[in-house]
Design a protein around this ligand. Structure first.
Ligand SMILES: Nc1ncnc2c1ncn2[C@@H]1O[C@H](COP(=O)(O)OP(=O)(O)OP(=O)(O)O)[C@@H](O)[C@H]1O
Length: 697
């Protein structure tokens, strides 16, 4: 029953959205009696008291005259009582509106004056009877009229908003003329000066939602930046996001990454947009994005919305790390410039980003760009953007925007450390690089405050209510955003906070598009498109990546396998897909591993061929120090060839056993190699990054 009445109230809001603001319940027709007379009596009842009061005054006048008609002392007493009563009415009306106070005081003054005169002189003396017959109904009617007007919705009336504002404990706040749009009511709020603040209003949003029988997310407050007691109350009664919308394809295939990325829609149907690169004209720098949401909140699909948009743009490359072995992203993997599956691969990718930042910033500076803009991705044919000292066009290859994406990044960030990450995040923005980070559990035990602060944009999906403060800025929560209310019950619902989006949009919920199996072939086509027509890494970025990752960097440069194969790489992709999803996922990441298998097979041969004596002594003699060092150097080369660019003593365990060498010996050699410049220390103790000696394929 309760639910039904709630629904009825909600329908009233839809038919008359102002009812949502002014308290729909008061407008519902009262329950009439069974008959017409009963109904009329019921309707007339609230209007009777003023008439009864007039009658009672007349009767009191007659009775008073009978009792005190000849008493002059009673005359004095009655006059004083009449003045005192009028004064008391005026005083009691202090907390009500001016209009009501005046009306009450005049009524009491007129009534008590007539009563005093009637008591002393008699109710029919002189003009008193006429005054009673004319004045009584006028006074009673004036109260009836007042009540009728109060019942009608007076959109500008201050008394009407009292209903709602009183209910939420802000009785003296006023609502102004509401702006009514389909499914959205916006009413200006003026809080009581010196008594209430915008914070009080923000805190009362839950109560407003409760008073109107709406979900918390349907009620928002946009404080006026110029006043601490004014703002707009926004009510969106119907949840327009309830319908699931499936992803059908990218919004702007072949457009620039500087154009907005469409990742879903807002609750009023407007597109949910995001910008990664900055815009110098608006004084906006590029941004980094945190995708936060609890398991089942739709993080995977949110990421697919964003990644498909990015890959469909002509001037961007993507480096992507996914410890979940590309479970969600397999169909798009071919479109990536570089993809790794977590662990060491991610460590190397992070090191490559660190290397790429100064190289890219330098290149942008040399070509006269203060930050990345789409023109930087074109061949540099303008004298304005020439790196030649003589100012003639340099013709350098353009530099595409770089998106570096870290799925399930908690461990990576922890290993990297706050200072390192904060440094990367700050500097990456002027290098035309955006970092995108997703967290399985959005909370402070997963990511430190300073790391969180380095990610200015967030796609906040449903989360645990306790984690809301981690996901969204306080102002956005205060304005009514509540991702904690969704949990994982509303997959795809999100709030997006990012530069470029008008701030009053931040507390508006949106929803991403859903990806089903029907999206897979389209994503595969998109990846093929990106592979053939998308940007390839410029020499500066590719050089920085190769310098760190060696052969582990598989960028889609013109010399890479995919590009060298040209169209040949595409049929290969289709053939693999034809063998089923498992095969597809497997084959997509088998390629790099294949390149790793041969060198491993070669290892014994190399040992046998080049160093037969040592190999022959595996079961017996320990290699001489010189031989052992040679073996060690060769082992490092093997790791490099296999693309394993980060190593530590534990990677040498089998190798030590084979060669009768101890782990402390290996540790000492690793340190030595670091001094020689063959290795570089990482942030993790006992882990070293190989400085490539080979050039990338
Ligand atoms: N925008 C959306 N509209 C409707 N359903 C969605 C939307 N996004 C995701 N879903 C559905 O919600 C469910 C959970 O989504 P998903 O697997 O992406 O969540 P997740 O947050 O990535 O979870 P996990 O972290 O456990 O992988 C899936 O069934 C998915 O189809």
């Amino acid at each position: 029953m309760a639910r039904n009445s709630g629904r009825r109230a909600r329908h009233d809001y839809l038919n008359d959205p102002t009812a949502a603001v002014y308290g729909g319940a008061g407008l519902l027709p009262g329950d009439g009696g069974g008959s017409v007379t009963g109904y009329l009596l019921n309707r007339a009842k609230p209007h009777l008291p003023p008439w009864l009061a007039v009658g009672a005054t007349g009767l009191a006048g007659a009775l008073g005259n009978w009792r005190w008609g000849d008493s002059s002392a009673a005359g004095v007493g009655l006059t004083l009582a009449s003045v005192a009563l009028t004064g008391a009415t005026w005083w009691a009306g202090k907390s009500t509106s001016q209009q009501r106070r005046l009306h009450s005081a005049i009524t009491v003054a007129a009534g008590s004056a007539w009563l005093t005169a009637a008591c002393l002189a008699g109710p029919a003396a002189g003009p008193l009877d006429d005054l009673f017959l004319m004045g009584g109904p006028v006074v009673a009617l004036s109260w009836n009229v007042r009540m009728v007007l109060r019942r009608n919705d007076d959109p500008s009336g201050e008394s009407a908003d009292k209903g709602l504002m009183e209910k939420i404990g802000l009785a003296r706040a006023q609502l102004g003329n509401p702006k009514v749009e389909p499914n959205r009511v916006t009413a200006p709020v003026a809080l009581a000066a010196g008594e209430q603040t915008n914070d009080d209003m923000a805190k009362a949003l839950g109560n407003i939602a409760s008073a109107l029988d709406l979900p918390t997310s349907a009620v928002r407050y946009h404080p006026d930046p110029d006043s601490n007691r004014r703002g707009d109350l926004v009510i969106v009664p119907e949840d327009m996001l309830a319908d699931v919308v499936e992803w059908e394809g990218p919004s702007n295939l072949g457009g620039s990454i500087a154009e907005p990325l469409v990742i879903g829609r807002y609750d009023d149907g407007a597109p949910l947009l995001l910008w990664l690169p900055g815009d110098p004209e608006q004084g906006r720098n590029s941004t980094h994005v945190l995708t936060a949401g609890m398991s089942g909140s739709g993080k995977g699909d949110a990421a697919l919305n964003l990644l498909t948009e990015v890959l469909s743009r002509r001037d961007v490359i993507v480096w992507f790390s996914d410890p979940k072995a590309f479970q969600d992203f397999a169909p798009l993997r071919e479109g990536l410039d570089w993809g790794v599956e977590g662990g060491t691969g991610t460590e190397v990718m992070v090191a490559a980003v660190q290397q790429a930042i100064p190289a890219r910033t330098r290149w942008l500076g040399e070509h006269g760009y203060r930050q990345w803009v789409p023109a930087a991705a074109q061949q540099q044919t303008s004298p304005e953007h020439s790196c030649r000292p003589d100012g003639r066009p340099c013709g350098c290859a353009g530099m595409p925007f770089l998106v570096t994406w870290f799925e399930e990044a908690a461990n990576t960030l922890r290993n990297l450390g706050d200072d390192a990450f904060t440094g990367i995040a700050q500097e990456a923005r002027s290098a035309g690089i955006s970092l995108i980070v997703s967290l399985q559990r959005p909370s402070y035990d997963q990511m430190s405050t300073s790391t969180r602060a380095s990610l200015p944009s967030v796609i906040a999906l449903g989360c645990d209510p306790r984690d809301e403060g981690f996901c969204l800025p306080d102002e956005v929560l205060a304005a009514g955003a509540h991702p904690g209310a969704w949990g994982n019950r509303r997959p795809g619902y999100c709030y997006v906070v990012s530069p470029g989006i008008p701030e009053d949009r931040y507390p508006s919920p949106g929803r991403t598009r859903r990806f089903t199996h029907r999206a897979v072939p389209v994503m595969e086509l998109l990846a093929t498109w990106a592979q053939r027509n998308g940007a390839t890494a410029d020499p500066v970025t590719a050089g920085a990546a190769s310098a760190v990752a060696g052969t582990a960097y598989t960028g889609r440069t013109p010399t890479s396998t995919a590009a060298a194969a040209g169209a040949g790489s595409v049929p290969q992709l289709h053939v693999v897909h034809g063998e089923g999803d498992d095969m597809q996922q497997h084959s997509v990441h088998v390629d790099p591993e294949d390149t790793g298998i041969d060198p491993e097979a070669d290892l014994p041969e190399v040992e046998q061929g080049d160093d037969a004596p040592i190999f022959g002594q595996e079961t017996g003699r320990k290699p001489s120090p010189e031989e052992a060092r040679e073996l060690f150097a060769r082992a490092l080369a093997e790791f490099e060839e296999n693309g394993q660019m980060i190593v530590g003593p534990k990677d040498f365990m089998d190798w030590c056993d084979r060669h009768h060498l101890s782990r402390p010996w290996v540790s000492a050699r690793l340190k030595e190699a670091a001094l020689d410049g063959r290795l570089e220390a990482t942030n993790t103790t006992g882990r070293w990054r190989i400085v490539p000696a080979l050039t990338a394929a």
